[in-house]
Design a protein around this ligand. Structure first.
Ligand SMILES: [Ca+2]
Ligand SMILES: [Ca+2]
Length: 566
């Protein structure tokens, strides 16, 4: 777990996260989230006709781990499928993936100076929120469906929101509560009250700290601050052992330009300390457990893979020339393909490294009076694309100089939570589920059906190749119009599905109609439909998978009247 991704990955993330994107104002385009346009009648089969027409469940699409050929040798495809699915999440990563959506709070000295980046020599007297209310933060983000809050305990300017023993550049030197304030302690109480997890951003870049630039000395300083933040004094104590829990420490790779080339962050040591003090705490962004999605616009890939290459060594089965070796080390965080079979076959060293989408509700990460929140449509688009596209969503909010999330943003967060709830609160009632090849179908027993309909539990159903199970048929209690389909794989068995389709039996025409197709599923894949025909039977066909798909859950949601793009 301690090996790092290549320098190329880190360097690109560093530049984009901290300069390019903000200054270029890359705020994301609205309007590109896919509601699936249901195609017209050309993709239909009459009932009874062979369903699985035109696609293969052979090696190309559905190689089983360890599959043997006619001579009894393990096939190349089978061995490769096994190699890929052998990469699975750590228990800590598995738990973290249940968070799905949580909130960044950028609040600090920059809030009072109007900067995105400070200088490190700001006067602490400038920091003076008069109405700071962390309950207001928690109430607002909770209403949006968020499960936790991550606070900028220290941003690049080095000003600390908690009284730190290791610096004078902190809240104790500010007028806030006459120097007796501790915003992390206040947030701890509020998180406990609202049932939200708490995370911490501790900027590795520290413009104020004298030892910054000296690897050894600064390392000691940073580790000391980590100890203060993670020794149990902060974070809600949900397990009741008297010590607070921190769910995530978020570290970016930003570094002062004036530092020497020899100066570096000892990320491995930091991560070790984080896990020693808080065994459940994830190291994100430049940490080795959750990867940056590659932009700050809230955009994730169509196929977001959890198993990716470290980008350093060639797979022994893949012959490399010098040029190809060069290509191998150039995998970077912003590449479109990080995890296809075609790509991974070239690499020896694979890791479980799921994506996190970080984006601000406003243009900036800190509060600026002349900015406002993104539209509801834009936020929903970001949410469905990230959470519904096998990524975590870290949505930033910006408390103002008073110390409050602005009213407009509070309202927008509420609308967001309400819209998601309206579309996805109560799944359509299911009569039965069966599996097979589309012609011969076998009903699942009641217990398996219940597991498969329960999205909160990992257990579901593993499709069998021997029985030609690549079609899953869901019979509904009542006919209805699909608005959302929400699929989950059991990530304990890695990420397997590479391509699938959704079909419905059109109640009017009596024919099967293709209404959507997509690539990966992973932790969660949500497809949205605006004009699906009325149906009482839905089929999901797995077209390609790395060995048998292991499904955690299937949830179908009926279209609601408010549920349109407009
Ligand atoms: Ca505890
Ligand atoms: Ca389940």
């Amino acid at each position: 777990m301690n090996k790092r991704l290549t320098v190329a990955v880190a360097a690109i993330a560093l530049i984009c996260l901290c300069t390019t994107c903000f200054f270029a104002g890359c705020n994301g385009d609205e309007g590109d989230y896919n509601y699936y346009e249901v195609p017209d009648a050309d993709n239909v089969y009459a009932e009874g006709e062979e369903f699985a027409k035109g696609w293969s469940n052979g090696n190309n699409g559905y190689a089983l781990a360890g599959e043997t050929d006619a001579e009894g040798n393990v096939t190349k495809d089978g061995a490769e499928a096994q190699r890929l699915i052998d990469v699975t999440p750590s228990p800590r990563q598995l738990d973290f993936m249940e968070m799905e959506y949580y909130t960044f709070v950028h609040f600090g000295m920059n809030t009072f100076t109007g900067n995105e980046w400070g200088t490190g020599d700001e006067n602490p007297k400038k920091f003076n929120p008069k109405k700071l209310d962390t309950d207001q933060w928690c109430e607002a983000v909770k209403a949006s469906g968020s499960k936790g809050i991550m606070i900028t305990a220290k941003h690049h300017d080095g000003f600390c929101l908690w009284p730190s023993e290791y610096t004078d550049h902190d809240i104790a030197a500010s007028p806030y509560k006459d120097g007796n304030g501790d915003i992390l302690a206040e947030l701890t109480e509020s998180c406990e009250k609202y049932g939200l997890e708490m995370g911490i951003y501790l900027s590795p870049w520290d413009m104020h700290e004298e030892s910054y630039g000296d690897t050894e000395k600064y390392n000691e300083f940073y580790m000391n601050q980590l100890r203060e933040l993670l020794d149990g004094r902060y974070g809600p104590d949900f397990d009741g052992d008297g010590k607070g829990e921190i769910f995530c420490v978020w570290m970016d790779g930003a570094k002062g330009e004036e530092t020497s080339k020899e100066f570096y962050y000892k990320m491995d040591e930091w991560e070790e300390l984080i896990h020693e003090l808080q065994p459940g705490c994830i190291a994100a962004n430049m940490g080795s457990e959750v990867r940056w999605v590659g932009n700050e616009a809230g955009v994730s890939r169509e196929s977001e893979w959890n198993v990716v290459s470290r980008g350093d060594t060639a797979n022994q089965n893949w012959q490399t020339s010098e040029d190809q070796q060069e290509e191998l080390t150039s995998v970077n965080a912003t590449a479109e393909d990080l995890g296809s079979r075609e790509l991974l076959v070239k690499y020896q060293d694979l890791v479980w490294y799921p994506a996190e989408v970080d984006v601000s509700i406003r243009k900036g990460w800190f509060y600026h009076w002349d900015q406002g929140p993104k539209s509801l449509e834009h936020l929903l688009q970001i949410y469905y694309k990230a959470v519904g596209g096998n990524s975590s969503l870290l949505l930033n909010v910006t408390p103002d100089k008073k110390g409050l999330i602005p009213d407009k943003d509070v309202e927008r967060l509420k609308e967001m939570g309400e819209a998601i709830n309206a579309s996805m609160s109560e799944p359509m009632a299911v009569e039965s589920i069966s599996v097979g090849d589309g012609t011969t179908m076998t009903a699942l027993d009641a217990a398996t059906t219940a597991n498969l309909l329960d999205e909160s539990t990992y257990d579901g159903y593993t499709l069998s190749k021997e029985n030609n199970e690549y079609v899953i048929e869901i019979k509904l209690d009542e006919p209805g119009q699909l608005g959302r389909i929400d699929l989950r794989e059991d990530q304990r068995s890695s990420q397997r599905v590479e391509e699938f389709e959704v079909w419905v039996l059109n109640s009017e025409t009596g024919k099967w109609q293709l209404i959507g197709d997509s690539t990966i599923i992973g932790n969660r894949r949500i497809l949205m439909f605006e004009n699906a025909p009325t149906t009482d039977t839905v089929r999901i066909t797995i077209k390609q998978s790395r060995s048998n798909p292991v499904l955690r859950s299937i949830s179908l949601y009926e279209k609601v009247t408010t549920d349109t793009q407009e």
